[in-house]
Design a protein around this ligand. Structure first.
Ligand code: 0GY
Length: 295
């Protein structure tokens, strides 16, 4: 692993908050193990191993039932570690893959059968060599028949540049980590207003109210500066929000969060039982397990 890599928390606390029955950690990753699933040559970081066994143990420890595992850039478009985790999950994990634009229909169908329900495109410049504009359009056409969704990771300052591209996508689009707002700016300031407008104007957009540990300037354990941003989105778009741990927290530099404390953050951003049920169960089930959620 990279010399300055922060490994995931070795012993997260048991959360005080009990997630509702059937709760989904809708943003997490698996890394390696590298001897079985080598990292991609073009990766921008080399993490510690963080395999499926550790992920599923964390799920149980935190009181969650299911995972949505998101392909991370260190594995490029080789989804083998992801698929292996999905196939070992007894149906309790779904996956978001990363694919090349020349992927075939047969390869897409195989991913679908393994439990993949979406593809991710990364517009964060430090994580990719080339922004995936053209690839996004071509892949969007290919996945349309599978009823998958598209996950997009970008930083707030990129939104204007990619706005037209992402708002013409024909699928449900999920934005990672609230579009990475600068939380030192006011929650009702122009930057975050742009993002809120995107959500208001485009009903196919969903958002992950995730990663206080990445966004916060005030820091752990309360991450109080991030709360108003998450809360506004949960209040206003209750049926289009998702939550996840982001375990094993790639590229964290300031600190490694305690995953138990991250779970205890949930009632700060979703204070009522109804909002917790939507955020943690109903929304991720509707999006990733529609066959079980009756929609
Ligand atoms: C995250 C965030 C990061 C990394 C990746 O795919 C990735 O490598 O998403 C990051 O460095 O901000 O969601 O895990």
């Amino acid at each position: 692993m990279d010399p300055n890599w922060l490994p995931f928390h070795p012993a997260p606390s048991k959360p005080h908050f009990h997630p509702p029955k059937g709760a989904v950690d809708a943003h997490c990753h698996v890394f390696g193990p590298v001897h079985q699933f080598p990292f991609a040559p073009q990766r921008k970081y080399t993490p510690c191993d963080a395999g499926k066994t550790s992920l599923f143990a964390l799920r149980d420890h935190l009181g969650f039932s299911r995972n949505v595992i998101v392909q991370a850039t260190c594995h490029g478009t080789d989804n083998a570690a992801l698929v292996d985790a999905l196939q070992s999950s007894n149906g309790l994990a779904k996956g978001i893959a990363a694919v090349d634009e020349d992927i075939t229909d047969n390869e897409l169908r195989a991913l679908d059968a393994a439990g993949v329900c979406g593809v991710r495109f990364n517009f964060v410049k430090r994580l990719v060599d080339k922004l995936p504009q053209e690839q996004l359009q071509r892949v969007a056409e290919k996945i349309a028949p599978l009823n998958w969704h598209i996950v997009i990771y970008f930083e707030a300052q990129e939104l204007d540049e990619i706005y037209d591209l992402i708002t013409t996508l024909p699928t449900t689009v999920v934005v990672d980590h609230m579009g990475r707002p600068d939380v030192t700016q006011p929650v009702d300031g122009t930057e975050f207003a742009n993002f809120v407008r995107l959500m208001e104007d485009h009903l196919n957009f969903w958002v992950k109210v995730t990663c206080p540990e990445r966004l916060s300037a005030t820091g752990p354990p309360a991450y109080e500066d991030v709360v108003p941003f998450c809360r506004l989105l949960v209040d206003r778009f209750t049926d289009r929000v998702l939550w996840g741990t982001d375990w094993p927290h790639p590229n964290m530099k300031s600190h490694m969060p305690n995953d138990g404390a991250l779970v205890d953050f949930i009632p700060e951003i979703a204070p009522t039982k109804a909002k917790q049920q939507a955020l943690l169960v109903d929304n991720p089930m509707r999006l990733c397990w529609p066959e079980e959620s009756g929609s």
